[in-house]
Design a protein around this ligand. Sequence first.
Ligand SMILES: *Cc1c(COP(=O)(O)O)cnc(C)c1O
Length: 333
Amino acid sequence: MRPVLADIFAAAQVIAGVADRTPLVPSPYMSGVVGADFLLKLENMQPIGAFKLRGALNAVAGAQDAAGVTCCSTGNHGRGVAYAARARGLRAVICMSELVPQAKVDGIRALGAEVRIVGRSQDAAQAEAARLVAEDGLTEISPFDDALVIAGQGTIGLEIMAARPDLETLLIPLSGGGLAAGVALAAKTIKPDLRVIGISMDRGAAMYESLRAGHPVEVEEVPSLADSLGGGIGMENRLSFAMCRDLLDDVILVTEEEIYTAMQVLYYEDRIVAEGACVVGIAAVLSGKVVPKGPTATIITGRNLDMAMFTRVITGQDVVLGDKVIQGKTYGT
Ligand SMILES: *Cc1c(COP(=O)(O)O)cnc(C)c1O
């Protein structure tokens, strides 16, 4: 069932004490660009380095009677589920394929989860998670298409609106849409005339293409500086697609070059180390694709990035992403 504002208030109670109420800090540089306060919600400071802990904690609480929880994400969602399950004393099994880099396997294991390595594709890992649900009674937690996950992510919207009721524009990084659905639900129920815009990279933007088509569609996944925004929305999407369709005022796409520059801006102007996925809101404003009115906020969603890649970006070197080359550019030149 589609969550409502009361579910988000309930989630805030559930996650309190494990997920942090993160700071909402002004970016002086971006405030100068916009001509009004531009605020950064620092979810990169959560214990797992990303906001996904919120949704995972709320969903794990809903699975308290199950034999455990499972998922097949190797990224921030897998980290969130592992951390949340350990915090609540529940078994977590994270399924992944043999192709997943050892560093990611170790990272999830270090958070206390069991890692199950099966087959050579994401589909094989997904099949193993389904088997754990059917045969062992575990509950699978979706990274974005789940009412409890959406309500958990929505607590970010409550915190932003409590701190800045005068906010006029909210820019949200968009992939599967659990974050955007929850935050937009909270923020727009509290302030209906708030402008809420979802932002994705222009290569492989599944939600954008699905909204255009009017139903979930598959897109080809390609490497991106905003790798946390990759992946599909699920052809059987139940909640996040309809909520994004109904709640977002617009969805904007930014290029890899625009993300590259915005990562430099966030680093050199605000001294923040964050994933490419976090800076799409900044990229949209700097490129002129979004012209915010009044006080504006964006969500710095996570910090779990490849430091070798990050070093290349901030030192102005070329970055190769599959068949795409981003031309290097030293900041400020
Ligand atoms: C998951 C994630 C997103 C996107 O969230 P969705 O709910 O899938 O739209 C953005 N940034 C980071 C760092 C993430 O891990």
